[in-house]
Write a protein that binds this ligand. Structure first.
Ligand code: SAM
Length: 284
């Protein structure tokens, strides 16, 4: 991403989480801060997001993307709940964007570290201040550019304890990284104490997609490139499994599994479409 500018894709993701709170019933990912964090500045963008209610003229691509983003956040927080029950005391959000977990944290002993590009993090903090959302106890910010700065060094300087069992969420970030940056972060996570874990999402390469999805892939890739954040990294499920050989309990879910888990028996059209995007969790 461009050095001096906050992430535009982080805003798009946050707008969809906010739209989910307004339009979709039942709610799959409860986030009472998703709308307030946007303040008044992005209300017009929020108004333009489609409503998938029966009878409404929904835009299927946009609705499918919203379902994916909602499922991704829900899956991460479901996995975190399990990790906390198993002894995790630190939660690190890598590329946190406008994620609001720290403001809803129900676990008194869980410390939260938000790691993000300095420009995105500064913008988020301005939005929080404008919306008068108080700084939650237990949250620490750690600004890092994954491509050229040391994640371990920045986390250590922020008070991260490497002896504690830790859960990492790395949502919507991997496709924007180089393979070297991805591997450096995976090596760091793999060096954490037993019981630590990670959840991240990734996209499959164009060559393995059916022709109609190749067109959707090209269109999304063009839009994120135009936003200054081009995709650079794709994996097939077997390729990503090879990158994670130090981990166990791999769960790698596609649209079919996520629809069954989170969107079954709905009256509206909220569900994932296509096979490109996948969400994965793994433990040490
Ligand atoms: C699509 S947004 C996802 C935000 C958030 N995880 C969510 O799900 O709402 C991508 C995030 O990755 C961060 N990011 C991208 N490249 C980065 C880099 N080189 N260093 C640090 N953060 C980066 C952006 O600042 C942004 O917050």
């Amino acid at each position: 991403m461009e050095a001096a500018r906050p992430s535009r894709t982080a805003l798009r993701v946050a707008l969809r989480r906010a739209a989910h709170q307004i339009h979709d019933r039942p709610i799959v990912f409860e986030d009472p801060i998703a709308v307030p964090i946007l303040g008044t500045q992005y209300l017009e963008d929020l108004r333009r997001t489609p409503d998938p209610a029966p009878g409404e003229k929904a835009r299927p691509y946009s609705i499918g993307m919203r379902a994916y983003l909602v499922a991704r956040s829900r899956y991460a927080e479901d996995a975190l709940a399990q990790a906390v029950a198993n002894g995790t005391t630190q939660y690190v959000l890598l590329g946190a964007g406008l994620d609001t977990f720290a403001h809803r944290n129900p676990y008194p002993r869980l410390r939260v570290f938000e790691v993000d590009h300095p420009a995105t993090q500064a913008w988020k903090r301005e939005l929080l201040a404008q919306s008068a959302l108080p700084h939650p106890p237990g949250l620490t910010y750690a600004p890092v550019d994954f491509e050229c700065e040391s994640l371990p060094g920045r986390l250590a300087a922020s008070g991260f304890d490497p002896t504690q069992q830790t859960f990492f969420a790395w949502l919507g970030v991997v496709p924007y990284l180089t393979l070297e940056a991805f591997r450096a972060t995976i090596r760091f996570i793999a060096a954490q104490p037993p019981g630590s874990g990670v959840v991240f999402d990734y996209g499959q390469p164009r060559r393995v997609l059916p022709p109609n999805e190749q067109l959707a892939h090209d269109s999304l890739a063009a839009r994120v490139a135009q936003a200054g954040e081009p995709f650079q990294l794709w994996f097939t499920p077997s390729e990503v499994a090879c990158e994670l050989e130090d981990f166990r309990a791999l769960e790698d879910l596609g649209a079919y599994d996520l629809n069954l888990r989170y969107f079954a028996n709905r009256a509206d059209s909220l569900q994932l479409r296509g096979s490109a995007a996948r969400i994965l969790s793994a433990r040490l």
